[in-house]
Write a protein that binds this ligand. Structure first.
Ligand code: FAD
Length: 439
């Protein structure tokens, strides 16, 4: 029988170390590769009232362009579709007589629901999903998913006892596509690329080699909390979030570095940070839709409200806090922000502005070039005190953080944090209904 496979690229935009792609390719005679640009979910629309930023769109386009080129070198092509995933895949199955559908397991709740729907709707089609976004496989975990520790440290201690898996052998051949001519890969205009950060598998491989050839990994632990500079942290998150690089590839490069230059506290700490990512991946798989609920996995009752003007000030970087403003300006312009910066602005939204944390998380979803459902919503829960923080939430003293991480105000000056500082809840006398009836 002539078998036709459909591979759904999503957060695994690479050809190397992509087990789901390799396995599907082995099982079919012909193969169609698709990436679906999804419409914004109703949930994000409700909380963000904004659209993906130019930086985020440009970064994705560059990543897709590099994937298309890498598929082309294997005589394959990438089709880019827009629309609801279930609708697009259903159309392909019917139009092209698809016998097999493959994908990388996704941590997101919506993505898992769509997958279940497709499996139920097309029982005659062979659906297979493989892990490719996490370092470890579900079967490797030293606990059942339902028993994932409630906080990071006990989880880290158990994961550290496992052997680190190596990347899969490189794929050398993909079956040809049954669709010809009109379906050539769409290449975005170079002007749309993110001008600050490179995205994509080829750029990722080059960057990985560059980072681990530099002196930066040896001092990562001392520099990782900085706000500004090229290599104070690894800057690998964009590649990881889109799957242009896999965590296994990064660990292989880290181990190689340690073999040549020796391991130290800093190289170990890069691994620890990757384990944070791993923790949030399994946290999202375990908690499903509770990742997005106001009370988080703790199901806490929160006393929050929505103050549109405060939220707008936070998004635009016009709060009374220069450091927060500078960080938000950086995010809006580049699509990236340091980890310390993310903690500070998230704490400000929750503690100073007293807003529902989900508005902040949804705004990040539309802005970050490294947006990742598990890491983003998990970290926001942590900061808001409704997630895996043993201390029950974090409140960063903005003045103290400014003194510690921007003592000369170089970051604030660079990202014009002082320019538009405004007090919160400021209302002109003329707008205030002082002449009305008072009890
Ligand atoms: P490095 O410091 O070099 O760390 C190496 C890698 O470890 C990162 O690339 C990342 O994959 C992982 N990592 C480090 N810290 C964390 C962490 N706290 N949680 C999960 N993984 C981590 N990271 C994302 O990838 N996508 C997101 O959408 C995201 N949203 C966040 C939202 C908030 C409110 C906060 C506080 C953090 C968020 N993070 C997110 C985590 C972290 O800020 C970024 O991964 C990191 O800043 C990216 O820069 P880097 O690659 O140089 O990190």
């Amino acid at each position: 029988m002539n078998t036709i496979g459909l591979f759904m690229f999503d957060h695994d935009l690479r050809v190397l170390d992509n087990p789901a792609l390799s396995m599907l390719a082995k099982n079919v005679d012909r193969l169609i590769c698709v990436y679906i640009q999804k419409p914004q979910s109703d949930f994000s629309k409700r909380f963000s009232q904004t659209h993906p930023s130019a930086a985020q769109i440009g970064y994705l386009q560059q990543t897709l362009s590099e994937l298309a080129a890498n598929l082309q070198s294997l005589n394959q092509s990438l089709r880019i579709e827009q629309g609801d995933v279930a609708t697009v895949i259903s159309r392909y199955i019917k139009q092209h007589g698809i016998t097999h559908v493959g994908r990388t397991v996704h941590a997101g709740f919506n993505e898992q629901q769509q997958w279940r729907y497709l499996k139920t709707t097309f029982p005659a089609v062979d659906f297979s999903a493989h892990s490719g976004s996490s370092l470890f496989l579900l079967a490797d975990l030293p606990f059942k998913l339902a028993d994932l520790p409630a906080t990071f440290s006990p989880c880290r201690k158990r994961l550290e006892q496992l052997d680190i898996p190596q990347p899969f052998a490189a794929v050398s051949h993909l079956p040809p596509s049954p669709i010809t001519a009109e379906y050539l890969p769409q290449r975005p205009a170079p002007a749309a690329f993110n001008r600050y950060y490179a995205g994509g598998e080829t750029s990722g491989q080059t960057y990985l080699a560059h980072y681990f050839a530099s002196p930066a990994p040896a001092v990562y632990k001392e520099t990782r909390n900085a706000l500004m500079g090229d290599d104070f942290s690894t800057k690998l998150s964009g590649f990881l979030a889109h799957g242009a690089l896999s965590p296994r590839q990064i660990m292989a490069a880290l181990q190689q570095y340690e073999y040549i230059h020796g391991a130290n506290e800093s190289t170990y700490w890069i691994y620890v940070e990757l384990l944070w990512r791993e923790y949030f991946y399994w946290y999202a798989r375990k908690h499903q839709q509770r990742l997005f609920s106001a009370g988080g996995v703790m199901q806490k009752s929160l006393m929050t409200c929505f103050y549109p003007s405060r939220f707008k000030q936070w998004c635009h970087g016009s709060t009374p806090y220069p450091l927060v403003n500078a960080l938000m300006h950086e995010l809006n312009e580049t699509g990236w922000m340091s980890n310390r910066g993310r903690q500070i602005v998230a704490s400000c939204l929750v503690n100073e502005l007293k807003l529902d944390w989900r508005y902040g998380a949804a705004y990040f979803e539309q802005r970050l070039i490294d947006y990742d459902v598990a890491s983003n919503w998990g970290n926001w829960q942590y900061l808001a005190g409704v997630g895996p923080d043993p201390q029950g939430g974090r409140h960063f003293d903005i003045k103290k953080q400014t003194g510690l991480y921007d003592p000369q105000r170089a970051f604030i000056t660079h990202w014009w944090g002082d320019k538009d500082c405004q007090p919160i809840d400021h209302t002109d006398m003329v707008d205030w209904p002082v002449g009305g009836q008072w009890p």
